[in-house]
Write a protein that binds this ligand. Structure first.
Ligand SMILES: [Zn+2]
Length: 459
């Protein structure tokens, strides 16, 4: 089946827009031609995009859609509806916030069965492992099995809030890094030092504090650079490919910049909330804005932006992790609140406005940090992450001039809250296409059925 997408504005590497028609055959881009130069040939369906900006569909490399196991928080249906509405055509789900966690091939298959009839956009999985599997040596059998099934890599925690997915100590982390190198797998690490963060947290709880900044002070700033430094040292020592998730501190960015300069195969991501929110927002919003790591300071916002603009930070994810609202998210005692927030639907609009309109990033580079770079790092490229002949026809079609105000009630997430409530942006996702089929229209329609989204194997 052939479709001709007419009059699309796509970004060139210099950031300038070019008006093109895109011929798509069976969901794959076949040809670009000058816009509206020729009518659609007989038998080819024409889709007029009316000059919308078309970027490669977003790839969110870090979401928690909680399915199966914690589906009061999110599930693959509501999660991927939010993705579609936010111009995201591929999500990569974490292994740790579903039950069972994705640590064996049986568990992988259980998750696949639970989600495959629900997804509106394409998806990939992170794999995981546990301290028990590492100590017993079983992980050396399990990791290649997960790789064969197509996980993008293995996620590990230096500190964990989940009883069902415990942290690794440094010795276990070394063993994981050795195995990941041997099997050529990427390791993603949540990097905050366990002992520092728990020591100060316990101390502050004993002092009787329960305000938002008590959480920020307990989960102390230095815990992140300390753990990042350990992880980078292990990556250098063991020649392991490593990815540090949700970077939040200026010192962490500096360490990654230094490591890249030394040739360590390290990448990192940050999230809109670490770029755009800080201590003042946490005080204003309270438990609603609790996340892990915590929001930092204005200075960190600026250093993270500099890191994103100079390429030290490779891409932007959301760490979409919704608590049950209001039960788990609204409380006067910060220790009782769930840490996390939904974000997948707002990532493209927030970043388009803040990075391009406010900070002057060009639109091609925007496609790289939202789509190309995560697809490359996670083994999904060139099928995903780029507008190129032979790639999947995944498009986010955006009206660059339309105003938008963020409202939680407009989210498709199962739990509707956001720390960005009321923020005024410019740029609205009008239509989203996955493999050439429309999955979202800003009239509120989801033309493709649930289950249209496919599992994408990392290669
Ligand atoms: Zn996460």
């Amino acid at each position: 089946m052939q479709k001709l997408f007419q009059n699309a504005q796509i970004a060139q590497p210099d950031g300038m827009l070019l008006a093109v028609d895109i011929l798509v055959t069976d969901g794959i881009i076949e040809k670009f031609s000058p816009a509206l130069a020729e009518p659609a040939p007989a038998g080819v369906a024409a889709i007029d995009l009316h000059g919308l900006f078309v970027m490669p569909g977003g790839v969110d490399g870090h979401v928690h859609f909680d399915d199966p196991g914690f589906t009061e928080r999110e599930d693959f249906g509501t999660g991927t509806m939010g993705a579609a509405a936010g111009g995201v055509t591929t999500i990569v789900d974490m292994p740790c916030t579903s039950l069972p966690p994705v640590t064996t091939s049986d568990n992988f298959k259980t998750k696949m069965r639970a989600v495959e009839s629900k997804a509106y956009v394409d998806y990939a999985f992170w794999g995981g492992t546990t301290p028990t599997f590492i100590d017993s040596g079983t992980f050396r059998r399990l990791l290649p099995e997960l790789k064969k099934l197509g996980v993008v890599g293995i996620k590990a925690y230096t500190i964990s809030g989940m009883q069902t997915y415990p942290r690794l100590d440094t010795r276990q982390m070394v063993m994981l890094f050795e195995a990941a190198r041997d099997f050529n797998m990427l390791v993603a690490v949540h990097a905050e030092d366990y002992f520092l963060a728990t020591y100060y947290t316990d101390k502050i709880i004993r002092e009787g504090r329960s305000d938002p900044l008590a959480y920020k002070d307990g989960r102390t700033y230095d815990a992140e650079p300390l753990a990042v430094s350990t992880v980078l040292a292990l990556a250098r020592r063991e020649h392991t490919r490593v990815h540090i998730v949700h970077m939040s501190t200026s010192a962490g960015v500096d360490l990654v910049r230094q490591a890249k300069g030394q040739g360590i195969d390290a990448t990192t991501e940050t999230c809109p909330h670490y770029l755009l929110l800080n201590r003042e927002d946490f005080v204003r919003l309270g438990s609603l804005a609790k996340c892990t790591p915590p929001l930092r300071d204005r200075y960190d916002n600026e250093v993270l932006w500099a890191g994103l603009l100079d390429g030290t930070i490779d891409y932007v994810t959301t760490d979409h992790a919704a608590g049950i609202y209001p039960r788990e998210k609204v409380t006067d005692n910060i220790w009782n609140a769930y840490a996390g927030m939904p974000g997948v639907q707002l990532r493209v609009p927030l970043m388009l406005y803040e990075a391009c309109a406010v900070r002057g990033m060009n639109l091609y580079r925007f496609g790289e940090i939202m789509s190309t770079n995560p697809a490359k790092r996670l083994g999904l490229f060139p099928r995903k992450g780029i507008l190129a002949v032979g790639s999947d026809a995944d498009f986010a079609c955006i009206d660059l001039n339309a105003p938008m105000t963020v409202h939680a009630e407009d989210l498709y997430a199962k739990n509707k809250y956001t720390p960005f409530e009321g923020r005024e942006l410019r740029g609205v996702v009008r239509q989203t296409f996955v493999r050439g089929s429309q999955v979202y229209d800003s009239s509120g329609e989801f033309p493709a059925r649930a289950g249209y989204g496919k599992f994408i194997k990392a290669v």
